[in-house]
Design a protein around this ligand. Sequence first.
Ligand code: XMP
Length: 514
Amino acid sequence: MKYDAVLVLDFGGQYCHLIARRVREHGVYSEIVPHDIKVENIKKLDEKFNVKGLILSGGPASVFESGAPRLDPEILNIGLPVLGLCYGHQLIAYMAGGKVGPARKREYGATYVIIDRPAGVLKGLNRREKVWMSHGDTVFSVPSDYEILAHTESSPVAAFKHREKPIYGLQWHPEVVHTEKGMQMIGNFLFEVCGCEANWKMEDVIEKMIEEIRIEVGNGKAIIALSGGIDSSVATVLAAEAIGNKLTAVFVDHGFMREKEPEFVRRVFQGFNLNLVMVDAKERFMKRLKGIADPETKRKIIGEEFIRVFEEVAEKTGAEYLIQGTIYPDRIESGFRRFSDKIKTHHNVAGLPTRIRFKKVIEPLRDLYKDEVRKVALALGLPKELVYRQPFPGPGLAVRVIGELTEEKVEIARKADRIVREEIEKSGIKDRLWQYFAVLTDTKSTGVKGDTRAYGYVVAIRIVESREAMTASFARIPYKLLERISSRITNEISEVSRVVYDVTHKPPATIEWE
Ligand code: XMP
């Protein structure tokens, strides 16, 4: 069966991925494609699913600048419904010969829009609706084959529709939760304008992913790096379902794991039909990292050494296929979108594969978002403690011990991490937190323990709330809880004399310290 699908054309906007996600929340499949996709490529995709419409995302450019991302004009003539959002809205107006220019007053944030004609995408809306705006340019007029559907004080054409063709534009962002009826607007486009059927379900996706792995691997063998995080765990279980013991899952213990992590992974995966190889590589990692204090160098070395270890196992098993748990946001962060910037080397994405020539890299989760991966994980029967565990960076505690690593320091970080986890998990506030952990800083400070002077390490506590890790806020957790964490760390870890709380958002800080 083919799913009905709506393609999102990526013009570089920060909410682009949210659009695809909202479409899927309506039960319609959605995929993000480059903004300059050609009609013949759309037709090709139409063989895989029924392409019923296109949404043009927002973006940072101005349509009248040279070099601004453009749309193949043919796309507006093939009869496919099109919805332009923000930049997409301005682009359609501009291409049609409308007047677009810098706004006299920029609109940013929650804005009230007056709906002049509640038709098509705006069907069923009130005269006045709260929407989320974020734009520097404005559409001032559209040609006579278009009609205006909505306006605001500073945007005379806040929404439009072509009089005959199913082409719409909205200046605001219906995909953002602050647009109160955003889901209804997207639903209107999908069902009223495109005539989609909501026939996309997570269970079908699981079947499809398993089938894909089975077909790709055929009679061959595959290997996967299993970290114990949710993404690689889900990819491992899917692959195990697909190819059973033709799969080898490799867990590399680099020595920077949380307490009891290897045991946890063994316990969860022993019930599945796969070969699990646990590699104790602590010594070789520590040796390579001796004397290295620079965070990016540390990350690079860990990434490289990880690959070496992994390659050694891969060579032994004779696997021709590499399976990876890459998810959609990872692809954005590692620069698959043209406008994204690299902040850190995320080792599990950037690293594999290298020297080994795999016939193919299979990424069954490549189009899913974290919350979708969680749904898949639950459906596959992975335990809740794994499904809802906080993210943990590939290089592990190595990036939570600032500066040069020693076994002693890593051990202190590990103990502090356990205390933070225990206290947060006991407190009942875990569900609203994205991450909670301890960082061993490279600062020492004077303290007094008993009656004696103590000169010990400073541990920083980092607890953040976030939705996608692209931005984060430090969590305002109760002082009582902070106090408990602080006293336990200073009491139970003799090398620590002081505990501080990190009160920086992301941006400007990142979540991890290195
Ligand atoms: P930053 O520190 O860049 O982190 O704000 C964003 C999110 O990514 C996690 N993180 C990693 N995850 N491999 C991963 O899989 C890595 O190398 C890595 N480094 C950071 C971090 O914990 C946060 O959730």
